[in-house]
Design a protein around this ligand. Structure first.
Ligand SMILES: Cc1cc2nc3c(=O)[nH]c(=O)nc-3n(C[C@H](O)[C@H](O)[C@H](O)COP(=O)(O)OP(=O)(O)OC[C@H]3O[C@@H](n4cnc5c(N)ncnc54)[C@H](O)[C@@H]3O)c2cc1C
Length: 322
């Protein structure tokens, strides 16, 4: 059994699915599972963390933590983990986790395994697997030496457990005094999209250069709406200005691991595969039967996406209605 600290991630008072995955995995292994919750006006979220497996929630509720900065968040988290004897520290491999975990590891002089797709607890330590070389190989990583072990996990890799609303956790308030900060976020201007983020969604429908215009992505958005999916894009589509960079999947975009990934008119370049090949089920629609995307696809449709996508959407709508 290990003393595991999960860095809880919330945005606008809503906890992220990746946090629930980490809590569930730690609790299922019988670990003493702590959550560290930071933000402003977030104390009310402690109960939900308990439902997913936290035994104890450290709540740092402070106006200076309203917006994430590595500076302020690291200061508070380091205070908690150093005084509590954390053995393992877990975070989602989200934009926040990618930014924060290396800083924590450096400040703790500890090891970090990032972007992991599986983990196995062994006593006070943990073994992980992580894709390397753009997903062409998988490395198994063990921690050696003393000090806490830090792991960032790819979203959707562990699965969200069923919440148990009868579970409760001890909530402790963390005294926050933020001294000597180098950065401060004064305003966050949100994008217009109300769709789920590609890293969080369980279904992602992505399009490539073949969509030809930004307007044509409406075709994918309409299908995505039927199944509650996020809309992603290849770099070629993003570079052409059809989609914002936040939707880009791949080596220089986001890494996704949804239950279902639908690639529409995407060739399957190695840099794109690096961002989606760990998806549970991959469907590819492409006019070229030799396109590399078919090598990783579980189901392939050789055809014109402008005909296949509306037909698929029609069938999905029918299934939804029944
Ligand atoms: C350092 C580096 C980093 C990179 N990072 C990324 C990254 O993060 N993400 C990423 O995606 N790429 C990345 N790339 C670019 C990558 O190499 C490819 O150029 C890119 O993925 C191609 O995008 P695409 O598949 O949309 O376009 P294309 O390669 O042009 O492929 C279009 C595909 O659509 C098919 N098609 C055409 N018309 C239709 C139709 N009507 N119906 C169905 N199918 C059709 C074609 O047969 C073809 O397979 C990176 C490249 C480099 C060098």
């Amino acid at each position: 059994m290990a003393k595991v600290f999960v860095i809880a991630e919330q945005r606008d008072g809503r906890l992220k699915k990746s946090t629930f995955e980490l809590l569930g995995a730690s609790a299922a292994a019988g670990n003493e599972t702590h959550a560290i919750l930071l933000g402003e006006g977030v104390a009310g979220l402690a109960a939900e963390l308990a439902h997913y497996g936290a035994n104890k929630v450290h709540v740092a509720d402070h106006a200076g933590l309203k917006f994430y900065t590595a500076d302020a968040y690291a200061q508070v988290i380091l205070g908690v983990v150093k005084s509590s004897g954390a053995e393992i520290i877990l975070a989602g491999h989200t934009p926040t986790g990618r930014d924060l975990m290396p800083k924590l590891a450096a400040r703790l002089d500890a090891g970090l395994a990032s972007d992991c797709t599986s983990l196995a607890f062994e006593g006070a330590t943990v073994k992980v697997r992580r894709p390397v070389y753009s997903g062409k190989a998988t490395a198994e990583v063990e921690f050696i030496g003393s000090g806490p072990k830090l792991v960032s996990m790819r979203s959707n890799a562990l699965g969200v457990p069923k919440p148990d609303t009868s579970k409760t956790a001890e909530a402790v308030s963390v005294a926050v005094s933020l001294g000597d900060l180098k950065t401060k976020v004064t305003e966050v201007v949100k994008g217009a999209s109300a769709r789920p983020d590609v890293t969080e969604a369980s279904i992602v429908v992505s399009g490539g250069r073949s969509l030809k215009t930004a307007e044509n992505f409406k075709l994918l958005e309409d299908m995505a709406d039927v199944v509650g999916a996020a809309v992603g894009a290849s770099r070629a589509a993003v570079d052409a200005g059809y989609r914002p960079h936040r939707d880009q999947v791949g080596q220089t975009g986001k890494v996704v691991s949804p239950a279902l990934y639908v690639a529409c008119g995407i060739s399957g370049a190695i840099q794109h595969l690096a961002g989606m090949r760990t998806s549970k089920v991959i469907v590819a629609i492409n006019t070229d039967s030799e396109a590399p995307i078919f090598q990783v696809a579980d189901y392939g449709v050789v055809g014109d996406l402008f005909q296949v996508v509306p037909a698929l959407q029609g069938e999905l709508s029918k299934m939804k209605d029944h």
